[in-house]
Each structure stands twice: as structure tokens, then as C-alpha cells.
Design a protein around this ligand. Structure first.
Ligand SMILES: Cc1cc2nc3c(=O)[nH]c(=O)nc-3n(C[C@H](O)[C@H](O)[C@H](O)COP(=O)(O)O)c2cc1C
Length: 179
């Protein structure tokens, strides 16, 4: 029998994002998150459930800014490194050999190899059990031309973003259908 706390393994697969953050001294961090969802069109809001023991949470709640970056299948190893523990001696951005570019409206950098970078400012945060739902207002979007179609939809069969099942298991089930 599956344990109740394992329910999240059943609500899967989920898009995985790489969130970049920065601390007061300008030290950058990256982490993988898949408990992520859009929650409002206007204003445009995105929610992420983050464990309050995560370094990203510390950075986000102090700086009030973060960037949601959408990785590609080719970046899977980097996603896994970003999902590893924060190390004060070596930034995971360096460890994963991720290239960065300055953001336009927020201090955390954006990831150059990700076809989508969404700059966010914290709108609010609400405790939910052992996680905190951080809600960010989308203030700027950067998209590589070939990553979206004419309606602005992500070309999932081109980008092939890693979908998280749980732990180190990812899915790449890309067939698109319109109804
Ligand atoms: C694919 C993937 C998805 C993850 N999703 C979440 C999540 O939604 N929320 C969370 O708190 N941690 C999540 N984690 C775990 C964090 O990435 C991990 O705890 C990481 O060490 C946090 O880094 P930080 O301490 O530098 O912020 C995920 C890990 C992986 C590999």
C-alpha cells in the first residue's frame, strides 16, 4: 500500500523549473522545483511550494525576487545537480556549468541555456504544512524564438522539458494533440 505522504508521486509528471536566486552579498543559487503552478492571469502569478529549510527559500524571502527558468531535456544532468544541496563553498550554478545572463528587472540572474526565463517579484508567501507556497508576480518574460509557437505556447516537442515523477525519475512523453 502506498503511504498517504507519497500521494505526490501520483500527481505526476510535473514540469520541473530551475529557480535562480541571490543573497544580500550577491551570491547566486539555483535549485530544481516541480511543485510549481500558474495561479492567476491578471496579475500574472506563479506559485511554488518550497521547503523553508532550502537555501532558495532563504534568498527568496530576503530579496523578494527570483527567476523561473525552463530547462530542456539536454539539461537533465544540470537539473539533477541543481536539485542537490546548497554548498557554501561552491555555487551549484558553477558546479552544473550553467551560463547566466543578467535579468532586466530583478537581481537574480537568468539561465542562458534555458529557452524561457520568467522574472518574478514575491507577492506573498503562505505556510502550507511543511512547505511554504511562495507566490511570485511575473514582471518580465524572455523566450527564445524557436521555443514557442505563434500563440505563445511552449513547443514542448522541441524544448522537451524534463517532467518530474519523483526522486530521480523524469518523463519525456511528448506528443501534442489539439481538441
Ligand atoms: C526535479 C526536482 C524537483 C524538486 N522539487 C522541489 C519542490 O517543488 N519543492 C522543494 O522544496 N524542493 C524540491 N526539490 C528539492 C530541491 O531542489 C533541493 O532540496 C535543493 O537542495 C534545494 O536547493 P537550495 O537549498 O540551494 O535551495 C526538487 C528536486 C528535484 C531534483
Amino acid at each position: 500500500m502506498i503511504k498517504l505522504e507519497d500521494f505526490h508521486r501520483l500527481i505526476s509528471p510535473r514540469p520541473t523549473v530551475l529557480v535562480t536566486t541571490v543573497d544580500e552579498k550577491g551570491r547566486e543559487d539555483v535549485a530544481a522545483f516541480s511543485w510549481v503552478m500558474p495561479v492567476s492571469f491578471d496579475p500574472p502569478l506563479v506559485a511554488i511550494a518550497i521547503g523553508p529549510n532550502k537555501h532558495s527559500y532563504w534568498n527568496i524571502t530576503r530579496i523578494n525576487e527570483f527567476v523561473v527558468n525552463i530547462p530542456t531535456e539536454k539539461m537533465l544532468e544540470k537539473v539533477w545537480i541543481a536539485g542537490g544541496p546548497w554548498d557554501p563553498k561552491q555555487s551549484k550554478i558553477e558546479k552544473a556549468k550553467l551560463k547566466t545572463k543578467p535579468s532586466e528587472l530583478v537581481r537574480p540572474p537568468r539561465l542562458a541555456d534555458c529557452p524561457v526565463n520568467i522574472e518574478c517579484m514575491v507577492e506573498n508567501a503562505r505556510k502550507a504544512g511543511d512547505h511554504v507556497i511562495v507566490i511570485g508576480k511575473v514582471v518580465k518574460i524572455h523566450v527564445k524564438e524557436d521555443a514557442i509557437d505563434e500563440r505563445g505556447n511552449l513547443k514542448v516537442d522541441v524544448v522537451r522539458p524534463p517532467l518530474h515523477v519523483a526522486d530521480n525519475l523524469f518523463a519525456f512523453p511528448y506528443v501534442t494533440k489539439s481538441v
